[in-house]
Every structure is written in C-alpha cells, then in structure tokens.
Design a binder for this molecule. Structure first.
Ligand SMILES: Cc1cc2nc3c(=O)[nH]c(=O)nc-3n(C[C@H](O)[C@H](O)[C@H](O)COP(=O)(O)OP(=O)(O)OC[C@H]3O[C@@H](n4cnc5c(N)ncnc54)[C@H](O)[C@@H]3O)c2cc1C
Length: 376
C-alpha cells in the first residue's frame, strides 16, 4: 500500500503469473493480487504438460511454441526441474496411423515422426498394446510438476524479479488508478485481470457476453510402474480431442471407430495423458464434464475409463491409484482464449481451451505489447 505500480495483475494462477513475470522482465513495477495464500486452482492441478504438438493449428500452436521456449528459459532460473521432454502417442488402429501421417504432412509435423510398433515399445520401456500399430513422436514438449512449479515461479517472481505479491487478498475492482481490495486500495496505471474460472467477481457482465461454461476434469496419481518413461504418453483418443489432429479430415474415420468401440469414454470426455514425476509416480488423466457450475462429484466411471484406456493403450493394467483430484477451468466453444478490454487500461485474459500452461507466456507477451503500447 502506498506504492504506485505500473501494472497490477489480479489472479496468481499461471496466466496472471505469466503476465506479471513478462512485465517485470520488461522493467515495469508489478503487483500481483491473489485471493488464496497461494494459487490453488487449475494451475496447480494440471499435468504441467507444456504441449505444442496437437494444439489448434495457427495461433494456438504458435503461442505454445513461444510459451515452451519461455518455460525452458526461465525454469532453470526459478529452480523448476523439467521433469521430461517430448511426447509419445500410441496408435492402435490404421485410422489412427492415417491421422498421424496427415498431421506429419502439415507444418505442425516439423521435427515429429512416425514410430513403428517396435520402436514405440523400445522407447517406452516395453509399453504398447498387442494391437499397437505405431505411434507419433514429438520432441517439442516439456513437462513440469505444477504443484511445485507454480509456487516456485511465484517465489522467483517475488524474490528475483521484485514483483510484490498480495496474497489472501481479493480484488473487488480493477479500474485504474485505484483498485479496491480486501486489504485496502492499491494504485496502478494498468491492470490485467486473470481470474481463471471466477466469472462473478470482476467484470461479470463482460465475461457473460462470451457464454463461458466450466469444465471439470478428473485426475489420478498412480504408483511408479517400474519403468522410466522418456516423455509424456498419449493414446488414440487424444487424436480426436486435440484440435491440431482432430480438425484434420482423416480424424473423422478414427472418431467414428472409437465412438463405436468406446462410447462411454466419449460420454465422460476421457482421453489419456500420462506424465511421470521425478519420484517415478504417474500423473494420469483426464475426463471432461461441462456445466455452468460443475459440482465436486466426479463419476467413478470416468476414473474407470481413464484406467481402462491406460490398459488398452499400453497392454498392462494401470498401477494402483495413490491420489485423486478434480480441477475446473473456463471453457468456450468458439475460442481457446479471450482477451477483453473492459477499459482502455484494463485487459481481461481467460484461457478457455484447457491449455493455459502451454500458451500463457505467449499470450502475455501479446497482451502486454498491446496494452503497454510496445511494438515488438
Ligand atoms: C486437471 C487439469 C489438467 C490440465 N492440464 C493442462 C496441461 O497439462 N497443460 C496445459 O497447458 N493446461 C492444462 N490445463 C489447463 C490449465 O491448467 C489452465 O488453462 C490454467 O491453469 C488457467 O490458469 P489461470 O491462471 O487462468 O487460472 P487459475 O489457475 O484458476 O488461477 C486463477 C487465480 O485467480 C484468482 N482470482 C480470481 N479472481 C480473483 C480476485 N477477484 N481477486 C484475487 N484473486 C482472484 C484465483 O484465486 C486463482 O488462483 C489443465 C487444467 C486442469 C483443471
């Protein structure tokens, strides 16, 4: 209190942090306001999978490449371990192979390649179903352990970049030059509002115009399977979920086949991501249920379907479940993120495609270029 900031950022998840960090690295005086003692929402509940391959073609794919580069640059400075790199997506039908081949023929396939079944198995410590046809390898991804990485990022932001963090503080308004908070009024020239899926506290009428809903996801931590994975794993279902593949014409035949074979997986919005932590345990998910107000009651069938897809894809039963949790994020049918300008010096930034860890820094650079009048 008493200080005047160039920029106040409301929301201490990965989107708010990315804006705060980007601005501070450009030399601005930054204040970050977060309702909780530390971020406790989507940003710490996700896979920490900074995904490039599979992102929607065009802007999202480019934002993800840039975001991955920023993560790789700052992670060592913030003492955040990169848990693994790259992606291995297993395919168990000719239709899935056709989608991978079509993907590789696009500009998004740059650096990626098709693996034969033996190559896939030897890369993944023997994982692969009996009907494995091959797989996609992408070198572009990195993965951090979000529950540790986000607090480390906050600490680095405060201790090294000099960002002031007001935790356990709610922002009730966001119009400069004075922002009302639960701890009093703070002064800032410009404001970023990054509220995640809080649609009610700030600019509710602006947010309502986008027709957002929430998506609830089920997540699991499984015991160490006894093999070291070379990167994150996915399976056929992901080829019909991630827009970078799913928008390709070849994906229609795969989806028809999978819908016939695994209808409940689709009803639960299940596809498979497997990421291994430094201790060998696996973060595995996820399901997708959409609602205005998704309750905390996740169906057991979603968990069953995730574990079933693990067994189908990798030809072995999933290891025992150690932890379960749900997370929610903002969702839109027509966009992967939104940047709204409720006032000249305020930007509202919400990622609506479930890809905030993967696109945060790229979005922040573009938003700040425009807000701070910097042509880069
Ligand atoms: C289970 C799960 C798995 C996912 N996996 C991935 C993945 O692997 N890769 C990927 O790229 N993305 C993934 N996502 C999506 C990604 O996590 C989100 O897109 C991202 O975390 C959104 O970040 P955020 O900062 O906007 O929101 P949040 O993390 O929800 O943070 C918003 C913050 O704003 C604070 N806040 C809101 N209003 C106020 C206010 N008025 N005053 C003060 N504070 C306020 C809240 O307390 C909260 O901490 C996943 C999401 C989930 C739930």
């Amino acid at each position: 209190m008493g200080k005047v900031y160039d920029l106040a950022v409301i929301g201490g998840g990965v989107i708010g942090l990315a804006h705060a960090i980007t601005a501070a690295r450009r030399g601005y005086r930054v204040l970050l306001i977060e309702r909780e003692r530390r971020a406790n929402g989507a940003s710490i509940r996700n896979f920490g999978f900074i995904t490039v391959t599979g992102q929607e073609r065009g802007a999202s794919w480019a934002l993800a490449r840039r975001t991955r580069d920023v993560w790789a640059e700052i992670a060592p400075e913030a003492h955040i371990p990169i848990e693994h790199r790259g992606l291995y997506l297993s395919a168990r039908s000719p239709e899935a192979i056709a989608v991978i081949e079509a993907f590789l023929a696009t500009e998004m396939g740059d650096g990626c390649r098709l693996l034969g079944p033996q190559e896939f198995r030897s890369a993944t410590g023997g994982l692969g179903s009996v009907d494995l046809q091959g797989g996609l390898y992408s070198p572009h991804e990195i993965r951090v352990e979000s529950r540790n990485a986000i607090p480390l990022l906050s600490r680095w932001a405060a201790e090294t970049l000099g960002i002031d963090i007001l935790a356990e503080t709610v922002a009730f308004s966001s119009l400069p030059p004075q922002i009302e908070t639960s701890r009093g009024v703070v002064a800032a020239g410009q404001v970023i509002v990054a509220p995640g899926d809080d649609f009610a506290t700030l600019w509710p009428e602006r947010i309502a115009a986008y027709g957002l809903r929430r998506c609830r996801l089920s997540m699991l931590r499984l015991a160490d399977p006894g093999v070291r994975l070379p990167g994150a794993l996915m399976s056929d279902l992901s080829l019909t979920r991630y827009a970078g593949y799913a928008a390709l014409p070849q994906a229609a035949a795969l989806k028809a086949r999978l819908l016939a074979e695994q209808p409940r997986h689709y009803a639960n919005g299940v596809h498979l991501i497997v990421a291994q932590g430094a201790d060998g345990t696996l973060i595995v998910g996820d399901s997708h249920h959409y609602d205005d107000l998704p309750g905390p009651f996740a169906p057991a069938s979603a968990e069953d379907d995730i574990l079933d897809e693990y067994a189908r894809a990798f030809g072995c039963a999933a290891p025992p479940v150690l932890e379960r949790w749900v997370g929610t994020y903002a969702s839109a049918d027509d966009r992967t993120y939104l940047v709204d300008a409720p006032a000249d010096d305020v930007r509202l930034v919400i990622v609506t495609g479930g890809t905030g860890a993967s696109t945060s820094f790229g979005i922040a650079e573009q938003v700040l270029d425009e807000l701070m009048g910097e042509a880069r």
